[in-house]
Design a protein around this ligand. Sequence first.
Ligand code: B12
Length: 254
Amino acid sequence: MTDKRVVRPYGDTTGDGMVQVSFTLPVPHDKKAEGAALQLAGKMGLEPALLVHAKQMGSAHTFFVVYGSVRHLVELDKVQVVERDFPLLSPKEVNAVVKRRLRRKLVVVGACIGTDAHTVGIDAILNVKGFAGEKGLEYYRELRVVNLGAQVAVPDLVERARTERADAVLVSQVVTQRDAHLHNTREMSAAFREALPVARRPLLVVGGPRFDESMAGDLGVDRIFSRGTTPAEVASYLVNALIETPRSGRTAAA
Ligand code: B12
């Protein structure tokens, strides 16, 4: 059932519209800089805006926190998100599906690509120690995990996926400066499309805290996972997409 409610931010009292934003301006900290921050806040629709915090960073930049009221309304029935459209399985259930239906181990190759060295996210999904109290994919008896680590070049990833006969390739992108995560993901998906026919192409999954999960089609990947993803969600998605409901043209048959 759709939620017809219209809500506003909550600060001191219900519906007062209060929000807090932070930003940096390329000016040293003085009275004028604080005025500049308030001018920006006003133009962003914060009215009235209060300066909560200002701190000079280096010789020519100031970091600000501004608190103020916005008039905007949130219409809950117009909110669009990517909902989980597969059942959440336990490791035991994932192993059982792979064993019964695939009758070999499901192969997962993971990496951080480009210059990105933030491996904590992909390790949270892949390493045995896992994340949020869940064990990572290495713990799953019927999965074989190859974790290539940081700063893997796209051609090396494609080659390794091919030699390992990967069913799925899991890529992490944390740095978003100059949209690096988007460029790298597009480069990666294009390289797989060029190197392998659809029937042999692994499932392409990317993850990272600043991805928009609705951009999978645009980036040429099968699925995007964002902040707070847990290993069980990923394992459940893999068996669903590769075994339970494989896309046309590709099977993960034995
Ligand atoms: C730890 C850290 C580092 C460590 C990384 C160590 C390591 N081995 O990973 C070190 C010190 C090396 C580092 C370096 C840098 N860092 Co740094 N780093 C961080 C920090 C503090 C935490 C990141 C982290 O570990 N999060 C915890 C994990 C568990 O969360 P996660 O990555 O979001 O992963 C979860 C989900 O996103 C998802 N997920 C992630 N990947 C994948 C992949 C798949 C397939 C799936 C399914 C899911 C998934 O699942 C995970 C579990 O839920 C962040 C700030 C922050 N608080 O987030 C900055 C941050 C990411 N770093 C930043 C920057 C700028 C850098 C440097 C460029 C700094 C510099 N000038 O040198 C360098 C870049 C190095 C490089 N070449 O990449 C910026 C990025 C800004 C931007 N717009 O891109 C941040 C946001 C800090 C900031 N506020 O400025 N960093």
